[in-house]
Write a protein of this length. Structure first.
Length: 85
């Protein structure tokens, strides 16, 4: 049995998340305004998030679901049930 890998969102995940986003073909930049937002772009989309791990999550969401990324009613219900616990 191998040891389980544990990763927690923290400062140590910022650089690797940025590197993975770029390796997937996204151009990543910071918004020029005073807001601390990151922007990932390709020829087919623009994604915005507060930090690279969140941006990478949006990239995965877009790559998995494309233009139909919005949640179904069942997914919203499942999320709300999880939040209630």
């Amino acid at each position: 049995m191998t040891d389980q890998i544990i990763i927690s969102a923290a400062g140590t995940t910022l650089a690797p998340a940025l590197a993975v986003a770029r390796s997937l073909g996204y151009e990543v930049s910071r918004e020029p305004t005073g807001l601390r937002r990151y922007k990932a772009t390709t020829e087919c989309c623009e994604l915005f998030a507060e930090d690279p791990p969140l941006l990478l999550g949006l990239i995965q969401l877009f790559e998995s679901r494309g233009a139909f990324w919005q949640p179904s009613d069942a997914e919203v219900t499942e999320f709300l049930e999880l939040e209630a616990n």
